[in-house]
Design a protein around this ligand. Structure first.
Ligand SMILES: Cc1cc2nc3c(=O)[nH]c(=O)nc-3n(C[C@H](O)[C@H](O)[C@H](O)COP(=O)(O)OP(=O)(O)OC[C@H]3O[C@@H](n4cnc5c(N)ncnc54)[C@H](O)[C@@H]3O)c2cc1C
Length: 681
C-alpha cells in the first residue's frame, strides 16, 4: 500500500499532466493570434539578418563572442564607427514572439532558448529540488538573458560602484558609471523623464508594467505601515518599495536585441551570425596575443580573424570557460584537464556570486466578499482564456502585460546592516502568485522542485488564492566557482554556487524572511485574512515554525536563484592575483583580448544585474574606442550613404578610407597576411 505522500504525489502528477493540455493549447492559440494580429511584435522590417557562412568575411576589426545583454550593446556601439567592421557571433537564434510577453517569462525556462544549466549538489541549498540541483537558466538567444529575464530594471546602489573603484578599478565609481546608465536609457515613466538620475532618448526603453493586480496597492500600503518609503529605487536613495520599472517598450519586453540590434540591423559594417557557437579563442603563444576565434555554425567549424580584438561576452559561465579552454586560468585545474597553460590566472571561474532567495514563502488569502470581483492573485485557470488572447491580440491590453512574480519591489536593511547608510542587504519581490498558482506547470518545473515536495506543500492550494514573498540576499559573502568538466567546448561547466557556505549569509536571509513575513501579516494585509501556507515542508516539520532554525531549513530546501551569476572573470588591479581583467577589461597576460559581460563584476551589485551589465558594455565601448584613438560621436553609417561611400569603394567597409586615417588608427598587424599561419599573428 502506497503511503499518503506517495498517493498525493501520484495524484499531483496526474493532475499536472491533465492541465498541460489546456496550458499548451492556450500557448498555441496565443502564438497564432500574435502572428496574425500583431505585426508590431513580428517587427519583420527590423529583425536582424543572420549572415550566412559564405558571406562571413575572413577578417573583422572586432569579433564579439556572445550576443547577450553585453554583446549586443558592444556590437551596436562599436559599429557606430563606419571604419570598423564587427562580427557578432551568437550561439542561439533570434527572439520569438512569446518572449515579448511579460506574463510568459517563466515559460521560456527549459525551452530551446535556455542553455538549461544545473548546479552541482551542495549541503546548504536546493535540497528540495530534483537531485538537489538548482536549475540555472541562461539565455541561448540573441539578447541572451535579457530575453529570458523578468525585465526588472534596477541599477544597484551607489556604494556598489564606489566599492568597485575602491578595490583598485579607476573609472568605475558611481559618478563615472551613472552617465552610462543614462546613456542607454529611454525613460518613459512620465514622473521620471526629467529626473537627474534618468535619461531619455537612449535605445533601452524603461516603463512600468502595463498590467498589475490590485494587490499591488495593498502591498505598498503594507510596506508603508512598516515605515518604508515609496520611492524611485534607481534614484537618490535605494531603501524603500515601489512598483517595478521594467525594460519594456509599449508594455512588451525590450530585450537588448530589440533595443540595440534591431535599430542598426542594416548597418553594412555589422555582421550578426546566429546559431554560431564559439569553440576556441585563437592565440599566438609567442606574442601572447589573441587573433581570432573558431566557431561552429550548423556543424561546420569556421575560423575568423580579428585585426584588433576578440571580445568575450558569452556570460558568466561561458566567458571563463572559453578562457580556460584557451589556457588562461588556474594552472592546476588546467593541467588536470590536460590543457596547456598560457597564463596562470587563478581567478578565472572563481569569485562566483549570485542572489539566492527564500522560495516557497507562500501565503493564502481568504478573500472577503467585498473583493470577490477583484483579481488579486494570478491563477492560471482564470487567466489562460480566450478573453486574455483577444485582449492582447486585438486591444493591446490585459494580463499578458503582467508580471505577477513582482507586483512590488523593494530594498530593506536587516539588523545586520546600518539603515542610515542606505545600502540595503535584502531585496523583496512581492508576488501575486505562488508555485501553486499555475498548477505546477511552469514555476515548479523551472525551479526543479521535486514532485513529492510540490505535492506535499502545494497540491491542496491549487484552487486557492495565494501569493509569495521572495526575500533575497543582496551581498553574499559566500563565493562559488565554476570549473571545466573537460576539454570539450560543448560540455557544460560544473557550477558550485556554494550558497550559504558563509554562515553570515544565512543569518541575513533569515532576517529577510522575517521582514517578509511581517509585510504579509501586516494589518493592511489582514483585510484578506492572510495565513501562512498550512502545509509544512516535510524536512522542516520538526522545527518551531518561524524560528531561525525553521527559516534556515526552509531556505536550504527551497533555494531560488534570482539568476544573477557574476564575477567569474573579475576586474581588479595588478597586485590582485585573482583579478582576471584590468580596469579597461583587458585580459591580463594576453593582448587584444577583453571580457565584457557580467563576469567582470568584482562584487555583485545590490540589485538585479541586467542594467549593470548593459552599463558595463556601454562603458567598455567607449574605452575600446578610446584605446584605439577613435572616441568620436560617429554617425550611424546605415543612415548615411555618403559615409558608406567614402569609407570603402566596395561598400564592405573593410578598410579605412584615407591613408591619414589608416596611419593613425589601423592596428599594427595589418597587411595582407597568410592569415591561416598562426605565426603571422
Ligand atoms: C530567468 C532570468 C531572469 C532574470 N531576471 C532579471 C531581471 O528581471 N532583471 C535583471 O536586471 N536581471 C535579470 N536577470 C539577469 C540578467 O538578465 C543577466 O545578468 C544579464 O543578462 C547577463 O548579461 P551577459 O551579457 O553577461 O550574459 P548573457 O545575457 O547570458 O549573454 C551571453 C550570450 O552569449 C551566448 N553564448 C554563450 N556561449 C556562447 C558561445 N560559446 N558562442 C557564442 N555565443 C555564446 C549566449 O547564448 C548569450 O546570448 C535574469 C536572468 C535570467 C536567466
Amino acid at each position: 500500500m502506497a503511503s499518503l505522500s506517495q498517493q498525493m504525489s501520484l495524484y499531483s502528477m496526474t493532475r499536472m499532466a491533465l492541465t498541460l493540455g489546456p496550458g499548451l493549447g492556450f500557448l498555441i492559440f496565443l502564438h497564432s493570434g500574435t502572428l496574425n494580429m500583431r505585426p508590431d511584435i513580428l517587427d519583420l522590417d527590423n529583425r536582424v539578418r543572420d549572415v550566412p557562412i559564405y558571406e562571413i568575411n575572413s577578417t573583422y576589426d572586432f569579433v564579439i563572442a556572445g550576443g547577450g545583454s553585453a554583446g549586443t550593446v558592444l556590437a551596436n556601439r562599436l559599429s557606430e564607427n563606419p571604419f570598423w567592421n564587427i562580427l557578432l557571433l551568437e550561439a542561439g537564434p533570434d527572439e520569438i514572439t512569446i518572449s515579448d510577453m511579460p506574463l510568459m517569462f517563466p515559460t521560456l525556462q527549459l525551452s530551446p532558448l535556455d542553455w538549461q544549466y544545473q548546479t552541482e549538489p551542495g549541503e546548504n541549498y536546493c535540497l528540495g529540488f530534483k537531485e538537489q540541483r538548482c536549475n540555472w537558466p541562461r539565455g541561448k538567444v540573441l539578447g541572451g538573458c535579457s530575453v529570458l529575464n523578468a525585465m526588472l530594471y534596477i541599477r544597484g546602489n551607489k556604494k556598489d560602484y564606489d566599492r568597485w573603484e575602491a578595490v583598485g578599478n579607476p573609472g568605475w565609481k558611481y559618478e563615472d558609471v551613472l552617465p552610462y546608465f543614462k546613456k542607454s536609457e529611454d525613460m518613459r515613466i512620465p514622473d521620471l523623464m526629467d529626473d537627474k538620475y534618468h535619461g531619455t532618448g537612449g535605445y533601452l526603453t524603461v516603463e512600468n508594467y502595463r498590467y498589475r493586480s490590485s494587490i499591488a496597492k495593498w502591498f505598498l500600503k503594507a510596506t508603508e505601515e512598516l515605515g518604508y518609503q515609496i520611492r524611485d529605487l534607481n534614484g537618490e536613495h535605494q531603501t524603500g518599495f515601489n512598483l517595478p520599472q521594467g525594460t519594456l517598450r509599449d508594455g512588451l519586453r525590450c530585450s537588448t536585441a530589440k533595443a540595440f540590434i534591431r535599430p542598426v540591423s542594416k548597418r553594412k559594417n555589422l555582421h550578426v551570425s546566429l546559431h554560431s557557437r564559439v569553440e576556441q579563442i585563437l592565440i599566438n603563444e609567442d606574442r601572447k596575443q589573441a587573433y581570432g576565434v573558431v566557431f561552429n555554425k550548423f556543424g561546420t567549424h569556421n575560423t575568423v580573424f580579428a585585426k584588433r580584438e576578440v571580445i568575450l561576452s558569452a556570460g558568466s559561465l561561458v566567458s571563463p570557460q572559453l578562457l580556460m579552454l584557451a589556457g588562461i586560468g588556474p594552472e592546476e585545474h588546467l593541467k588536470d584537464k590536460g590543457i596547456k597553460v598560457l597564463v596562470n590566472s587563478a581567478g578565472v571561474g572563481s569569485n562566483l556570486q549570485d542572489h539566492a532567495a527564500v522560495g516557497g514563502a507562500t501565503y493564502v488569502l481568504d478573500k472577503p466578499r467585498e473583493f470577490e470581483n477583484e483579481t488579486l492573485t494570478f491563477q492560471l485557470a482564470n487567466i489562460f482564456s480566450t478573453e486574455t488572447v483577444n485582449d492582447f491580440t486585438q486591444k493591446k491590453q490585459g494580463p499578458i502585460y503582467w508580471l505577477p512574480v513582482c507586483e512590488v519591489i523593494g530594498f530593506v536593511s536587516t539588523k545586520y546592516q546600518n539603515p542610515k547608510v542606505d545600502w540595503p542587504d535584502i531585496q523583496f519581490f512581492l508576488s501575486s502568485a505562488a508555485d501553486s498558482s499555475d498548477g505546477g506547470l511552469f514555476g515548479r518545473r523551472a525551479e526543479g522542485l521535486t514532485d513529492e515536495l510540490f505535492a506535499a506543500i502545494y497540491e491542496n492550494l491549487i484552487d486557492k488564492e495565494a501569493f509569495n514573498i521572495y526575500s533575497l540576499l543582496l551581498r553574499p559573502k559566500s563565493r562559488g566557482r565554476i570549473m571545466l568538466r573537460d576539454k570539450d567546448p560543448e560540455s557544460k561547466v560544473l557550477i558550485y554556487p556554494n550558497y550559504f557556505s558563509n554562515k553570515d549569509d544565512l543569518k541575513v536571509i533569515i532576517e529577510g524572511a522575517k521582514i517578509g513575513h511581517q509585510i504579509a501579516m501586516s494589518q493592511v494585509m489582514q483585510n484578506f485574512n492572510i495565513t501562512f501556507n498550512p502545509n509544512r515542508i516535510p524536512a522542516c516539520k520538526h522545527l518551531e515554525l518561524f524560528s531561525d532554525e525553521y527559516w534556515a531549513c526552509h531556505v536550504k530546501q527551497i533555494t531560488l536563484t534570482i539568476y544573477h551569476p557574476v564575477g567569474t572573470a573579475k576586474m581588479g588591479p595588478e597586485d590582485d592575483p585573482s583579478a582576471v581583467v584590468d580596469a579597461r577589461l583587458k585580459v591580463r597576460g594576453i593582448r587584444n583580448l577583453r571580457v565584457v559581460d557580467a563576469s567582470i563584476f568584482p562584487y555583485i551589485p545590490t540589485g538585479n544585474t541586467n542594467a549593470p551589465t548593459i552599463m558595463v558594455a556601454e562603458k567598455a565601448s567607449d574605452m575600446i574606442k578610446e584605446d584605439w584613438g577613435v572616441l568620436d560621436n560617429f554617425i550611424d553609417s546605415s543612415e548615411n550613404p555618403e559615409i558608406l561611400q567614402k569609407a570603402s569603394s566596395d561598400g564592405k567597409l573593410r578598410t579605412a578610407p584615407s591613408e591619414d586615417f589608416n596611419a593613425k588608427h589601423e592596428p599594427k598587424l595589418q597587411k595582407t597576411p597568410e592569415m591561416h599561419d598562426p605565426d603571422y599573428w
